[in-house]
Ligand binder design. Structure first.
Ligand SMILES: [Zn+2]
Length: 359
């Protein structure tokens, strides 16, 4: 049987994800994000082993996704090669703005480390798109994009509108991504309160809390896609906004009556309660949910997200997959809850961080 695997490497509170597909001994690989600087250094030997990636995607500019790419591009000899790079930098935001005909002027010429690094690498950058913009408004995304070895990618996010919205704050957002120690998140404060559930987790109460969507601009530019191989599908949601993914799935013809069948959802924004809406859960048919975060900074995943997932599909057996054992994930490793809500948990081996599993 062909292999189709997702690895969620240790990436602090962020993502460093790897898809692998093909036959054992001749696997193809895609790398999505590189976590923080220390995560890149820890992952480097593994990246060297892979040698060549079919795709290196940097989903968006938040530090927990992009920071590890800065030391990568400082290397005198790059530890791997990439046949395709997907990254929306300043130039792509400007082009997206032109395409939506929003002529707001902005006199900023931003050159930054990753942009310079990709150029210096010589790796083909956004070359599957004539406009060089990774956006669902690029005509190439009307059909799934093929990668070598038979993987197909269906882009769901971002739109030109989301990219354009980031322009006025690009410099600030980038500065924050690289420099800011305290990563302020508008929803972080409320998230802490969500964990104060006396006497254990009450799924009914948590799931019933009012859903309020993420409006942060960098997350809105997340490159998110469905990856399909051997009739198996995973939705790699990055830190995308739920309403953008919902709209993309509806454009693909999905509805509550015709949900997208998935073998795994890489849950958006590390399980933040602002990124997995009840409406989105209604558009997918999925029993495996993967969370990438060590819980630092934002206490992700939020209990509300896990509760909404369980409550949405209470009878079928589900699997929660975590790349760290940490308080926000271990609290779900509870026999009574598992029996009541029909799920099991997949954690890293004892003493380990990161997890890899077959899709
Ligand atoms: Zn993130």
């Amino acid at each position: 049987m062909p292999i189709f695997r997702l690895a969620m490497h240790p990436a602090s509170e962020g993502d460093a994800l790897m898809l692998s597909w093909g036959e054992e001994g001749s696997l193809h690989h895609a790398l999505i994000d590189l976590g923080r600087t220390k995560n890149y250094h820890a992952l480097k030997p593994r990246l060297q082993t892979v040698g060549t990636f079919e795709l290196f995607a940097i989903s968006h500019i938040d530090a927990d996704h992009i920071e590890g790419a800065v030391p990568l591009f400082r290397e005198t000899a790059l530890p791997f090669a990439a046949r395709n790079v997907w990254f929306n930098a300043y130039a792509q935001l400007v082009d997206a703005r032109e395409r939506v005909r929003d002529f707001e002027t902005l006199g900023v010429d931003q050159a930054e480390k990753v942009t310079v690094g990709i150029k210096a690498s010589g790796w083909p950058w956004n070359s599957q798109f004539a406009s060089r913009i990774v956006s669902t408004d690029s005509s190439e995304t009307a059909a799934p994009l093929p990668l070598a070895g038979g993987l197909k990618l269906t882009l769901l996010s971002p739109t030109d509108h989301q990219l354009t919205r980031l322009l006025p704050t690009w410099e600030r957002a980038l500065a924050e991504a690289h420099l800011r120690q305290e990563d302020k998140d508008p929803v972080a404060q409320a998230e802490v309160e969500g964990r104060e559930v006396l006497g254990g987790l009450n799924v009914e109460v948590l799931a019933a809390r009012q859903y309020s969507g993420d409006s942060t601009r960098p997350n809105g530019t997340s490159i998110a896609f469905i990856a399909e191989f051997d009739q198996r599908r995973v939705l790699m949601a990055a830190d995308s906004h739920a309403d953008i993914i919902e709209a993309a799935l509806e454009r693909l013809g999905h509805s509550a009556a015709n949900p997208l069948k998935l073998d795994c959802l890489k849950v958006s924004h590390h399980g933040s309660k602002a990124n997995t809406s009840p409406a989105l859960l209604g558009l997918i048919d999925c029993t495996r949910f993967a969370f990438s975060t060590d819980g630092s900074r934002h206490d992700h995943p939020d209990a509300e997200t896990v509760a909404r997932i369980l409550k949405h599909d209470p009878e079928r057996q589900k699997t929660l997959i975590f790349n760290f054992r940490q308080p926000n994930t271990e609290q779900w490793d509870d026999e009574a809850l598992k029996a009541r809500w029909h799920y099991d948990c997949l954690f890293p081996e004892t003493g380990e961080e990161g997890i890899e599993f077959e899709l």
